[in-house]
Design a protein around this ligand. Structure first.
Ligand code: TRP
Length: 348
């Protein structure tokens, strides 16, 4: 069987958070370490970040290296993964331009992720065409490198569908040239879309409901202690509700049986803890402290590695420059085939 070409990216609009971590970063590190792939690319989607931050380019610029710090801190290894900058691959803009012919405006307007973002950003009345088009540019990101597998959260599913539609249209018009791809979601469905601290459906920087990989232990504790639980669970004796209770949603995502003897030895497993909460007699502070310990165990080594790496920003630049050079080589090569299919390879 042919091995996968793996690609995924992140917008540098802030530090990466727990939603990124469980939704995609963990899967990337796993794939990287299994080593069973042809090539693996992880890139900083600065062009995409500018589609809704065109008025704040400094924000994008400032976060470029921060995202790389997050990558290396979680264990991505530049020897195994090509880490590159989107805007430094001009072929991506070329692909996007030709793909725009293959997608209708109404199709783009139907993209559920774009729709949701438009509402969140107050763009319903007037949407910049660049933003509406970002799924097309994302199709370019994916196809330029012949990607077959995209590790991402469930909010990226509409982008993968859109990409495959473009691929089929391109191939039927111009001949078999591009690959279709599939998404790799986390096994645990809660991890595919981790809610925010406030119980909002998505952890998102613009909603201010995130735990960042770079948060200090104190920040983490403060955030966990402020999490949304059951608003009707006022006294410890009151029966509590598990559904929609963010602390339990996070426990479903992160808690394993082995955490109990270490941090909460009165219980054997999460089911026991849940039924006690539902019966009444279990306070929020106790479950929050438990969750804090579990999260801190996972985030502490990441935080420490990040701190260490941040002392050598020249190394971070080197990773980006070398990775981008490698990606550019592939891009140039694949661009030839693309232009040939489009009959615009005039003097080759
Ligand atoms: N849309 C992704 C996000 O918001 C970032 C992204 C850009 C991406 N291009 C991609 C993800 C290609 C996967 C594949 O996080």
């Amino acid at each position: 069987m042919k091995k996968d070409i793996i690609l995924t990216g992140d917008r540098p609009t802030g530090h990466l958070h727990l939603g990124h971590y469980v939704g995609s970063l963990k899967n990337r590190v796993k794939l990287q370490n299994e080593g069973n792939y042809d090539k693996m690319y992880v890139f900083i989607a600065d062009c995409q970040a500018l589609t809704d931050n065109y008025d704040n380019p400094d924000k994008v610029r400032e976060n470029l290296r921060e995202v790389v710090l997050d990558y290396l801190a979680v264990g991505l290894d530049p020897k195994k993964v090509i880490i590159f900058v989107q805007s430094m691959i001009p072929e991506l803009a070329e692909y996007t331009f030709y793909f725009m012919n293959l997608v209708t405006v109404s199709r783009l307007m139907r993209n559920p992720t774009v729709k949701q973002e438009m509402i969140q950003k107050g763009m319903e009345e007037s949407i910049p065409s660049g933003f509406l088009n970002y799924p097309v540019s994302q199709a370019a990101d994916i196809t330029l490198f012949n990607t077959t597998l995209v590790p991402a959260g469930i909010d990226q599913e509409p982008m993968i569908e859109q990409t495959n539609e473009i691929v089929r249209k391109f191939n039927s018009l111009y001949g078999e040239t591009l690959n279709e791809c599939r998404i790799l979601l986390p096994d645990n469905s809660i991890c595919a879309r981790l809610p925010g601290l406030d119980g909002n459906a998505k952890m998102s920087k613009s909603l201010g409901n995130c735990i960042y990989l770079s948060d200090s232990e104190e920040e983490l504790k403060k955030k966990v202690m402020s999490m949304y639980t059951d608003p009707n669970h006022i006294k410890v004796e009151d029966p509590g509700c598990i559904e929609g209770n963010t602390v339990f949603t996070y426990l479903d995502a992160f808690c394993k049986d082995e955490h109990f003897p270490k941090y909460l030895s009165e219980y054997q497993n999460l089911n026991e803890l849940k039924s006690h909460y539902q019966r009444g007699g279990l306070g929020d502070v106790k479950i929050k402290k438990f969750l804090f310990n579990i999260l801190n165990e996972e985030l502490k080594p990441i935080r420490e590695r990040r701190e260490e790496l941040s002392k050598n920003m020249e190394y971070i630049d080197k990773v980006l420059i070398e990775g981008t050079e490698k990606a550019r080589e592939v891009a140039k090569e694949n661009m030839k085939k693309f232009k040939k299919a489009l009959r615009i390879d005039y003097f080759d």
